[in-house]
Design a protein around this ligand. Structure first.
Ligand code: PBG
Length: 323
């Protein structure tokens, strides 16, 4: 036998040498949920170990994560029902607590990379990512106008990366234009490029209380059956000026990550979404699997598929284990 592949697995030294992929804390973006008020830290029922924080405690949490080596965060606002309306008005209210907190985070941690989500669902009484007309139709171009304003306000607050997650057509070019017009040409856009209409977002919608009040998101988020369509979305986002292309969810869409990473020469991000986190946590709590090992294997699979960046709720635990 001339070829014995086992020789390259003989010891940990040789395994370390021939390893093709690895996950580093530098690859990770940690999603955090922000509440209005003071001294609040509320666990999300369906996501053990994930909390919603008021600004004071969020700053503490970010400080802890920074000392563990996590330098990138995506911040989501938890918006009280009384603030939600059909026009998602609070998303462009410069006095809204979320924008104020973003500015505060950037002033306390100028070296942290802060990303935001651009879509209407946390602010909308309809729970949709876009404006909804009287017939239940999601309005594309009217929504894009609003997303442009929202992005400029977030850029003004000092964020580093704008993350349009709404799946409206033409939004990347529109947002890029608006940002450049206002002098924010250094603010990046990470486009939620191939965002599927997925049941894996359930726990996130619990966290924000943002599930659609009527209908579903299938007229704007992608059909889980499609991959060619992801290429069309990626071509558009690339041409419209996206800096990074994201695939979401990640675990059931590794093929999509792989095909985008092979066909595009800009960085690819994978969003290891809430449902993917909760499944692992639930099984680990029951003692059915080793949650830490599973999490590492899952993150590694995303890197192997070609993701350069992973947004993951496992980030803090991962970083703590590497200390
Ligand atoms: C908002 C948004 C969603 C997620 C990120 N941004 C939910 C949705 O589209 O319904 C999901 C994230 C997760 O499940 O972890 N548009």
């Amino acid at each position: 036998m001339l070829r014995r592949p086992r020789r390259n697995r003989r010891s940990s030294v040789i395994r370390d040498m021939v390893r093709e992929n690895s996950v580093s804390v530098h690859d990770l973006i940690y999603p955090l949920f922000l509440l209005e008020g003071k001294n609040k830290k509320i666990e999300i029922n369906s996501m053990p170990g994930v909390f919603r924080y008021s600004e004071d405690l969020l700053l503490k949490e970010i400080g802890e994560c920074m000392s563990l080596g996590i330098k990138a965060f995506v911040l989501f606002p938890v918006v009280e029902d009384s603030y939600k309306d059909k026009n998602a008005s609070k998303c462009i209210d410069p006095d809204f607590f979320y924008l104020k907190s973003l500015a505060k985070v950037k002033s306390e941690f100028p070296e942290a990379l802060i990303m935001t989500d651009v879509a209407l669902d946390p602010y909308s009484s309809d729970g949709h990512d876009g404006l909804v007309d009287e017939n239940g139709v999601i309005l594309n171009d009217e929504t894009v106008e609003l997303l442009g304003k929202m992005s400029v306000l977030q850029a003004e607050a000092g964020v580093d990366i704008i993350g349009p997650s709404d799946m409206m057509d033409g939004r990347i070019e529109f947002i890029r234009d608006r940002l450049d017009d206002r002098g924010y040409e250094d603010v990046s856009i990470m486009s939620y490029t191939a965002k599927y209409a997925s049941a894996f977002y359930g726990p996130f919608r619990d966290a924000l209380d943002s599930a659609p009040k009527a209908g579903d998101k299938k007229t704007y988020q992608m059909d889980p059956a499609n991959t060619h369509e992801a290429i069309v979305e990626a071509e558009l986002d690339y041409l419209e000026g996206a800096d990074i292309l994201m695939v979401k969810p990640a675990l059931s869409y590794l093929d999509v990550i792989q095909s985008l990473s092979q066909q595009f020469d800009i960085p690819i991000a994978a969003y290891n979404v809430s449902g993917e986190y909760s499944m692992v946590k639930a099984a680990a709590q029951k003692g059915w699997l080793d949650g830490d090992s599973i999490a590492e294997e899952i993150l590694l699979s995303m890197k192997r598929a070609g993701a350069n960046i992973i947004l993951t709720y496992f980030a803090k635990e991962f970083a703590s284990r590497k200390q």
